[in-house]
Design a protein around this ligand. Sequence first.
Ligand SMILES: [Zn+2]
Length: 283
Amino acid sequence: MERGTFLAVALLAIAQAGCATESADVERTRTVHGQGFVVEDDGTLEPAEEAALLQELAESRAKILHLFGKTAAIGDFRTWKERSEAACAGAQLPAPPVEIRVVVVKKEGRCHADETGLTIRRDHLKRKDATHELVHYLAGGSWRPIDEGLAVWLTEKLQGPAWGVPVDVRSRVYFDLGMDDGLDRERMRLGMNRRDYDLAGSFVKFLIDEKGLDAFMVLYRSAPGDYHTVFGMPEQDLLAKWRERIHAMNVRQDASYYRFKDYLANLRSADDHAADRSLQGGH
Ligand SMILES: [Zn+2]
């Protein structure tokens, strides 16, 4: 095989390996354009589901872009290092697409956002994963856990809290039940569980309350873990301050606190692993 051909085949193999989960289960038999989005699905999405999805996406996009202003980096998933090297070389960010591509997949797929657009599992549409992925897409890439924390916080702000329980209250329940594993960046680089997502959302909310969204977005574009430049204190001090704030919340009269605590405690007593499983499912 000629070197050029070999390289092309190898690159194709790498590209296919990277998206095998997504491409295997989607027969994209239908494409619908609307409100600046193009939705692809296997043809089974109900018209009402599709209309609701387009409406959620259009409304969320307007609000997210309004909040981010100039700090939006649409579809820019370069690493911090790649971005700073490109800035040094004077490279311009490519213009955002006229339409944002949204692929709706079945259960076997995984919700995510990348430079090609959004991929959403159909059974996660109800839990507003489309808005979560749209936050990633419009904010551009960053590092864990603040990239996921931003998506969780903003989805709650725009679409209301998951389980009807605000992310700070969910975090307090995890603390009180001894169910949090901390927000260690190294551990989360390899994967995040549902509790990590919630805790990250609560931590990001704390950071934004401290200094505002614009300052947070400076952190978002900084080198992983560089809290000191924006917040004037190291990561561990900020995490400790955030924990103090969550512990200081008065939840004694908060029905959502007891509801979520009972829900988790019941799952735990039924099966030690069930509570963990029910909170799995990253995106
Ligand atoms: Zn996410």
